[in-house]
Design a protein around this ligand. Structure first.
Ligand code: NAP
Length: 375
C-alpha cells in the first residue's frame, strides 16, 4: 500500500498500479458477486464489474423500472438477473446496494443468507454505524466491508467508459475469513475506482452525511439562494443574478478549481476578483463555521440518520420528495437557470432550441411578476 502525503499528513492509498485488475480478477475468480439493488450505484458497480470480467449477478425486485433497466443493460433473467432472495442465495459476496431505508426493511432476508465465509459489502457506513437504529448486525462469521465511490453511480460508470476512475474510500468492519482486505480491494478495483483510500465505517458515514448536507449540496444551495435573493432585492435581473451566482461558478470557475486547486483559480482571475475573494472568504468561513459544527453534532448524535430513516421509510416518501424538489425547481432562481442553460451555445445547436426565446421571456416575466407580488 502506498503512503502519500496529503497536505502534511501521511495516508495509505491503494492504486491500480500496485493492485492491477488482473490481481482483482484472480482474487474474485471463484466468487459470485451479487449486486442487490439496481438503483443508482447498482448499475454503475454491476456493469463495471461485468466489463472487468467478474462473475456478477443482479438481485432486483421484479415488476419495477429498475428490473427493466437491468434487462436493457444486458442482465439476463434466470442467468444473471434474479429476484433479490434468489440472488442472495447464489452470491458469495453480497453487495448491499438498496437505498439505506430499504436495507433496513430487507435485512432479515439478507441475514438469512449470510452463511459462513460469505462477505457483506456496503457502499456506505450508514447501516452498520447506526445499527441501533437500523438493526443491521451481521453474523460474526462473514466478512463485512465497504467501498464507497465518492460520486454518483452514473459518474462511476461514465468515468469507467472514458478509461478514468472515481476515487473511493474503503473500510473493513469485520474480517472473519482473513481475506477481507484482498476481497475489498479487489472489489474496489473491479467496480472502477481510480484509487482507494482507507477509512472506517463511522468516519465514512459521518463525513458523508456532513458533506452532502454541507458544501456538496445543502450549504451550496443555501448560499446560492441567499446571494441570488440579495441581488434580486437590489434590482438585478434574474439572468444577471443567476449568472453571477451559479452559472459562472459551474461553467467557468469550478472546472479550474478541479484542475489545479483554488489558488490557481484565484491566480487566473482578474486582480479585482482576486482582491475581493481574498478579503471575503474568511468572513464566510467564520459566519458558516457554527452551522457546520451544529451539523456535525447532529450527524454524530444520530439525529440525522434517525430523521432520514423516519422520513424515507414513509410510504408516501416519493410524493413528499417530489413536492420539495418542485419547490426548488419552480423557484425563480432555478427557472432562470433553466433558461440560462438553454441559451448556452452548445444547447442552441439542437433543433429544439428554436422556441426557447419566447419561453425564455415568459419564464423571466412570470418569475419576476411572482417575486414582485410576493415581495
Ligand atoms: N446514489 C449514489 O450515487 C451513491 C453514492 C455513494 C454511495 N451510495 C450508497 O449506495 C447504496 C445504494 O444507493 P443508491 O443511491 O444506489 O440507492 P437507490 O437508487 O435509492 O436504490 C434503490 C434500489 O433499492 C430498491 N428498493 C427500494 N426500496 C425497496 C424495497 N422496499 N424492497 C426492495 N427493493 C427496494 C430499488 O428498487 P426499485 O427501483 O424497484 O424501487 C432500487 O433497486 C446506499 O447505501 C447509498 O448510500 C450511493
Amino acid at each position: 500500500m502506498a503512503k502519500l502525503n496529503f497536505g502534511g499528513s501521511e495516508e495509505s492509498v491503494v492504486t491500480r498500479e500496485e493492485f492491477p485488475l488482473s490481481k482483482a480478477q484472480e482474487i474474485l475468480k471463484n466468487e459470485t458477486v451479487a449486486v442487490i439493488g439496481y438503483g443508482v450505484q447498482g448499475p454503475g458497480q454491476a456493469l463495471n464489474q461485468k466489463d472487468n470480467g467478474i462473475n456478477v449477478i443482479v438481485g432486483q425486485r421484479k415488476d419495477s423500472k429498475s428490473w427493466d433497466k437491468a434487462v436493457k443493460d444486458g442482465f439476463v433473467p434466470g442467468e444473471t438477473l434474479f429476484e433479490i432472495e434468489e440472488a442472495l442465495q447464489k452470491g458469495t459476496i453480497i453487495c448491499y446496494l438498496l437505498s439505506d431505508a430499504a436495507q433496513i426493511a430487507l435485512w432479515p432476508t439478507v441475514k438469512k443468507h449470510l452463511t459462513k465465509g460469505k462477505a457483506l459489502y456496503f457502499s456506505h457506513g450508514f447501516g452498520i454505524t447506526f445499527n441501533e437504529q437500523t438493526g443491521i448486525i451481521p453474523p460474526a462469521d462473514v466478512d463485512v466491508f465497504l467501498v464507497a465511490p465518492k460520486g454518483s453511480g452514473t459518474s462511476l460508470r461514465r468515468m469507467f467508459l472514458q478509461g478514468r476512475g472515481l476515487n473511493s474510500s474503503y473500510a473493513i468492519f469485520q474480517d472473519a475469513t482473513g481475506n477481507a482486505f484482498d476481497r475489498v480491494i479487489a472489489l474496489g478495483i473491479a467496480v472502477g475506482s481510480g484509487y482507494l483510500f482507507e477509512t472506517n465505517f463511522k468516519k465514512e458515514v459521518f463525513s458523508d452525511l456532513t458533506g452532502e448536507r454541507g458544501t456538496l449540496m445543502g450549504a451550496i444551495q443555501g448560499i446560492f439562494a441567499a446571494q441570488y435573493q440579495v441581488l434580486r432585492d437590489k434590482g438585478h435581473s434574474p439572468s444577471e443574478s443567476f449568472n453571477e451566482t451559479v452559472e459562472e461558478l459551474t461553467q467557468s470557475l469550478m472546472p479550474l478549481v478541479a484542475e489545479n486547486g483554488m489558488d490557481w483559480m484565484y491566480a487566473n482571475c482578474s486582480t479585482t476578483a482576486q482582491r475581493g475573494a481574498l478579503d471575503w472568504w474568511k468572513k464566510f468561513r467564520d459566519a458558516t463555521s457554527p452551522v457546520f459544527k451544529e451539523l456535525y453534532e447532529s450527524v454524530a448524535t444520530g439525529k440525522e440518520s434517525q430523521r432520514s430513516i423516519d422520513l424515507n421509510s414513509q410510504p408516501d416518501y416519493r410524493v413528499k420528495l417530489e413536492a420539495e424538489l418542485a419547490e426548488l425547481r419552480e423557484s425563480e432562481m432555478w427557472q432562470a437557470g433553466k433558461t440560462v442553460r438553454s441559451l448556452r451555445p452548445e444547447n442552441q445547436k439542437a433543433p429544439a432550441a428554436a422556441p426557447v426565446e419566447s419561453s425564455t421571456k415568459n419564464v423571466f416575466r412570470e418569475q419576476t411578476e411572482k417575486t414582485e407580488s410576493v415581495g
